[in-house]
Structures are given as structure tokens and as C-alpha cells.
Design a protein around this ligand. Sequence first.
Ligand code: ACO
Length: 321
Amino acid sequence: MSDLRSIVRGVGGYLPDRIVTNDELAKTIDTSDEWIQQRVGIKQRHIAAEGEFTSDLAVHAARRALDNARLSPDDIDLIIVGTTTPDYTYPATATLVQNKLGMHHGFAFDIQAVCSGFVYAMVTADSYLKNGMAKRALVIGAETNSRILDWTDRTTCVLFGDGAGAVVVELGGDGERGILASSLRSDGHFWDKLYVDGGPSTTQTVGHVHMEGKEVFRHAVGKITDVVENVLSRTGYTVKDLDWFVPHQANLRIIQGAGEKLHIPPEKVIVTVDRHANTSAASVPLALTEAVTDGRIKRGDLVMIEAMGGGFTWGASLIRW
Ligand code: ACO
């Protein structure tokens, strides 16, 4: 194993052009802007165009991350896509991204950990880089959640949106920068609290999102704070040392609840859920991209990313930017 760390060299995000506001949703289902904003802090979401697939969103984000890193696809030898809405049952969306980027070299695969997909993908890329299997990775979270929503079910369809975010990760740095520690967890006991009721082996259909919202809420804050504290305790850092907290953007009340329990000041918390809604595996890289692009996250900052989602799965990584 190398002593070098996996450092983030570039970030990029992509949101489909079409924006759907809460008021627009209220024209077709029995909901209101007030209810949605008060319960989950969402004002709008982006929805992919007909014929625009998860791999298309992923490629846009990947190209932007490569530009940001001043690299080309030739410089990448590993692609991991965290997604729960793949283009096809198989092959992996990551291989479609590889093809669209014109790559014949390296290797590519998907990770299915629902909203925790990007954190799982980052940890996986970190392992491959450290054990010498790859030199430089594109780690992508990409989703077309709109394709698995029941648009007549007001309890779920108001919560999600489409989008993609990507980072370029490479081994290097001066020993200070990079992924410092990570923690991943899952507990399949809770599989049916948040699931999509279809699949090749069960129904031969894609299915729709089903969620016991109160149960998800009840577990979210505790599970998030557990992994964040676990990661911090293994590095010797404390919450006070964090410059930025970049949580999965499921719901403003969950984000605020975790921030309060961890005693992280709100001004250190990156929030995009109001404009993006829950983009599942794409939410953390999209939030990272926004905060890096607008100059909040700077080189040398201590950044905690975390996510929790269906499975349940949850995890966190501490990154010296
Ligand atoms: N608009 C208007 N009314 C609604 C809507 C809506 N979109 N959705 C539900 N309601 C109604 C319900 O039908 C119910 O009406 P009733 O009392 O007449 O039966 C009422 O609002 C209250 O419903 P509850 O389900 O009890 O509402 P709750 O306070 O639990 O809030 C919510 C629901 C916002 C989903 C909450 O449970 C929550 O935030 N859960 C976390 C879920 C989440 O964020 N999931 C994201 C995916 S998981 C992840 O990424 C971590």
C-alpha cells in the first residue's frame, strides 16, 4: 500500500436544463410550495429531457471535471459511477460513459448504494488508487430519478431531481492533502423502508420509489452523525477543525438536524437541496462542485462529505482539499 493519498484534482457538475418548481407540481398533484418548502426545504428540481440518459448527464459532469483538472480522458484509467438509475439493466453505466468519452483503456464499473453511491464510489476509488490498480479515477454520481418516480404519489415525487457530479481523483500530494479517512456502513434490515418496487429478478419492470418517510427521517440524523464522528475520531481531528460539511442533499431538516447534533455552525454547511432537490448519488459531487466553483472550498480546507440512503447505506469521508 502506498503512503500517498488520493487527492481531488478537479470537480464538475451538470443539471438538465428543465427546471420544475413546486408551483408547477401543484398543478398536477395535491401539494403546495409552502408544504414542500416547510417539510424538506426544496423550491425546485431539474428534470432530464426525453432521450437524455443518466450516462449523458454523467458525461457532461465528467468532461467538466476533466476540464477543471486540465486533463483529458487519456489521463484516466478508472471510472466509477454511483447510480441507482442506470441506462440499462446491464452493462454498467460507467462503461457507457467510458465509450462516450472515447476511451478503450482502463476499466469502469457502477456502484449501487443509492444516495450513498458517491461516498461508496470515492472510498472504492481510494482503495484502487492506493493498491496500485489505477493511477487516476473519474468518480461520478449520476441520476435520472425522474424515471423511477410515481408522479401521482405526492409523498415521494416532490422530493427528487436529476443531475450528475464528478470528481477526478489521483494519487499524490504532499502527504497532507487527500482522503484522510472514511467509514462505510449498511444495514439491509431496513431495505424496505426506502426501495424501488421493481427489478429484473422480481418483476421484470423498473418500478417506482416507495418510502416510509418518518422511518427514514428517524434513522438519518443518528446514522450520519455516527459515521462522521467515527471518521473524525480516527484522524484526531474534531468538529471544530472542519472548514466545510458537505452532506447528502436529501432534505433540509435532515441536514440541519445532523449539523446541530454535530455542533457544526450553519455557515460551514453546503446546501443545494433548495435548488436541486434530492439527486441521490449526484448530490454530494454537485454540492462540492458548487462550493469549489464559487470559491468557498479552497485548497487546504478540511472537508467532510457524508451520505445516507436506501439499504440503508451510509458513509462519510474526510478530505484535506
Ligand atoms: N404535499 C402536501 N401534503 C403531503 C405531501 C405533499 N407533497 N406529502 C405528504 N403529505 C401529507 C400526507 O398525506 C399527510 O396527510 P394526512 O395527515 O392527511 O394523512 C401529511 O402530509 C403528513 O404526512 P407525513 O408522511 O406524516 O409527513 P411527515 O411529517 O413525515 O413528512 C416527509 C414527510 C417530509 C417525507 C418526512 O417524513 C421526511 O422528511 N422524511 C425523510 C425522507 C427523505 O428525506 N427521503 C429522501 C430519500 S432518503 C435519503 O436520501 C436520506
